[in-house]
Design a protein around this ligand. Structure first.
Ligand SMILES: [Zn+2]
Length: 212
């Protein structure tokens, strides 16, 4: 992991602090079927900066995701942000703060992907809440044209025991995948077997790609 220290001024409270800038991440080994990187919990959300003074959070702390904060930084005190600040520990807190801003901004793709990050760092009970949130945004707002993500979505639906809908997604992604993408097809078949067996536990892609 390449990291450099830089000073940035918080866009909300204008306090200047030193932050770590993550230039790149390295993750060894296979990810889980839902995309969660293996053994790299510390890396998830690490690139999000959070102001120690007002708890504003963003990948770029000196920029606002929502334009309205430029005109009126007091809006950061709104209860939905403050509830997250009060109720969640880091790194879940800063991930949720960013997710909510994307949601307000109607940036559905970034919002659902950020809730998936939240499901990876949350404990199992909360993970389900954030997976469902991500799934709801994906299915209601994003669905058309995001075929690449269907396997990840199928896996999250399976973890939520929504086996019938999960099967629709694996069938769709099977039809959309080129026959010569063997690894992808292998992963889809494995996912389909988990679904048929009504297995809602987390699985790692290493289980099917052991030989490498
Ligand atoms: Zn601040």
């Amino acid at each position: 992991m390449k990291v450099v220290k830089n000073k940035y001024k918080c866009v909300i409270c204008k306090q200047e602090n030193e932050y770590l800038d993550y230039m790149s991440f390295y993750s060894r080994g296979h990810a889980d079927f839902d995309g969660k990187p293996v053994n790299s919990m510390a890396g998830i959300g690490a690139a999000i900066m959070e102001c120690p003074n007002c708890h504003y959070a963003n990948y770029k702390i000196d920029e606002a995701i929502e334009n309205r904060f430029y005109k009126n930084p007091d809006l950061w005190n709104l209860s939905d942000f403050q509830n997250i600040i009060k109720n969640y520990p880091d790194p879940l807190r800063k991930i949720l703060l960013v997710a909510l801003q994307y949601e307000h901004n109607l940036d559905h793709i970034r919002a659902y992907k950020t809730y998936i990050l939240a499901s990876w760092v949350a404990d199992e009970k909360e993970a389900s809440e954030f997976r469902r949130k991500a799934l709801s945004i994906f299915i209601n707002k994003v669905l058309p044209g995001r075929n690449d993500d269907y396997l990840q979505i199928a896996d999250m639906l399976r973890q939520e025991k929504e086996f019938d809908i999960a099967k629709c997604f694996t069938t769709a992604v099977q039809e959309l995948t080129d026959r010569d993408h063997e690894k992808q097809l292998e992963a889809i078949n494995a996912e389909e077997n988990f679904i048929i067996n009504q297995d809602s536990t987390r699985h790692n892609l290493g289980e099917i790609f052991k030989k490498e």
